[in-house]
Write a protein of this length. Sequence first.
Length: 376
Amino acid sequence: MRAAVLALSLALIGGPAIAQTAASEADYALDVKVVARGLEHPWGLAFLPDGRMLVTERPGRLRLIERDGRVLPALAGVPAVAAVGQGGLLGIALDPRFAENRLVYLSFAERRSGDTNATAVYRGRLNLAGTGLEAGRVIYRQEPAFAGRLHFGSRLVFDRSGALFVTLGERFQLPNESQNPANAIGKIVRITTDGAPAAGNPGANRPGWNAAIWSIGHRNVQGAALHPQTGELWISNHGPRGGDGLYVVRAGRNYGWPLISYGTHYDGRPVNGGATAAEGLEQPLVHWTPSIAPSGLTFYTGDLFQAWRGNIISGALAGQMLVRVVLDGERVIAQRRYLTDFGQRFRDVLEGPDGALWALTDSAEGQLVTIRPRGR
């Protein structure tokens, strides 16, 4: 392990004008420590109760990382993945009762019939030796499958009732299906730990809605976290060329893709004639144009960065940075960016049990790093 003290360039991110507050100026000089190296496109991070970590690698490996940073051999009992394009082994979440049942949930790109694939959720029990998952099975499958390489989602977040949110991409070539509530393309679903539709989903009372669906109109959600006070799900969604957005996700709401967007298609064409708003479609709390490609999202609640409590920390892939979002309720009042000179795509970021920020960098030689105030 090696510590690197980085000089930070702290500046407001482009986009709509945002008022300054004392909280937005509460910055720290940061120490960044590389805890583990040599992870191949790490995607998701989860902390075990004993402080060890599970990390998914997109090609299809699940790693246990010791507290001292030792990366152990790949765990057995992980599902075979379709490691194509953006697909592979993706999100991870521990069961809320993990200390009792040791259940781990993984989202992954699953190969289906022919050349088709789609996101699925797998559940297995981590054995006591920490060498593999046992009694594993797929509990949920996105339908329909599609022969594609892009936009699988996919974050996993348990809500306070014990139901599991799963973010599902629109597969890039099926954008209009995001508006079809009968399927799981471009949706957030909410399921039980056995994969059934969870009680209280809007689809139970809406004709034509898949019973697992929580919300519709999403493009490719790769950041998701529960608000520490309200317990509501907050997400960051990838736009096309620009138009990435931060949202509060509520039951039965329509988040607009591809009917509205603050971005453009990759060839420069406006999305749906350039429409950015329409009745019945949700607006982002803030949008990032040009795109930062947000991935990984956490609310900070710890003691190390006391002035940042209640702020959102987001990773950024194209932006190669971490972004801090300062909130007043559901109003974004300021943003700051960090580690812009670190030269890495940040795939996931979490507040660790020690109050530090822990992040995964996305590359063939990916890293697990910790971020602390200097001297702490």
